[in-house]
Ligand binder design. Structure first.
Ligand SMILES: [Zn+2]
Length: 251
């Protein structure tokens, strides 16, 4: 049972850092959180055959989070996938994703495999998925468009992790992360719909988590080197930068 960061950059990705998306690898289910660009390569490098992804959670309909979805679905279809894939998201996200697939005339892709769209209510702490190994909960967060943050509770290790997704500092994330071990919080910089690393530290302190990882931060030529120091101004726990292919074990 592990969580692999497939990308850690904000929307302006770089050679080293892909847009933020991640992968939860269990024995029975492989859950992708967001899907960007040509994601089969990153999945392969993470040791996962893209054909084995069982579930895809789309946090919000911005290109740096969902742009890879049509191509991933096409690649699965070209490899002869037959088994269903579950796709989860808010109504706003899934309606737009279906419209996007219509623009690609997916009804004319012969023998396309089944997709189950799971429309999530926009209220707090919705149970998104539960299986013998883990439970996933979603809550709305505060971004420019409807967006969800996620909580993962791992049954065997009794550990938990929360991912804020793109958001301003908000109480919804504090409540979602209450009692969690790890918070992965965005650190794009202080702006509408986003947070600074300092604000991420404040949220981690308010939620009482033990460990904070910053994600969705400026990389490449825009990189800043004081992000973790800024976060430590308000948070006493461990602070780190989530980086591409960083793996957290929850066995
Ligand atoms: Zn983003």
């Amino acid at each position: 049972m592990k969580l692999i960061i497939l990308g850690s950059s904000n929307a302006l990705s770089s050679m080293e850092s892909e847009n933020t998306h991640m992968l939860l690898v269990g024995k029975e289910r492989i859950v992708m959180v967001d899907c960007v660009n040509s994601s089969i390569h990153r999945l392969g490098r993470a040791g996962v055959d893209f054909m084995n992804v069982t579930d895809l959670i789309l946090t919000h309909f911005h290109p740096d989070h969902v742009s890879g979805t049509p191509l991933l679905l096409m690649d699965m279809w070209l490899r002869g996938r037959k088994k269903l894939i579950n796709i989860y998201g808010l109504h706003d996200t899934l309606d737009r994703m279906e419209k996007m697939m219509e623009l690609y005339s997916w009804e004319r892709w012969p023998n396309f495999f089944p997709i189950a769209f799971h429309h999530l209510p926009s209220s707090e702490q919705i149970q998104l998925l539960e299986c013998p190994e883990f439970k996933i909960t979603s809550s709305p967060v505060r971004h420019l468009i409807p967006t969800i943050g996620l909580r993962f509770d791992f049954k065997a290790s009794q550990k938990s992790l929360v991912y804020s997704c793109d958001t301003e500092p908000c109480d919804e994330v504090v409540r979602l992360a209450q009692g969690a071990d790890i918070l992965i919080h965005e650190a794009t910089g202080e702006s509408m719909g986003h947070s600074s690393s300092e604000q991420a530290g404040e949220i981690a302190a308010r939620a009482g988590v033990s460990q904070l990882y910053l994600i969705h931060y400026p990389t490449g030529e825009y990189a800043k080197d004081d992000l973790t120091t800024e976060a430590r101004q308000h948070f006493q726990g461990e602070v780190g930068l989530a980086t591409d292919f960083m793996t957290l074990d929850f066995s």
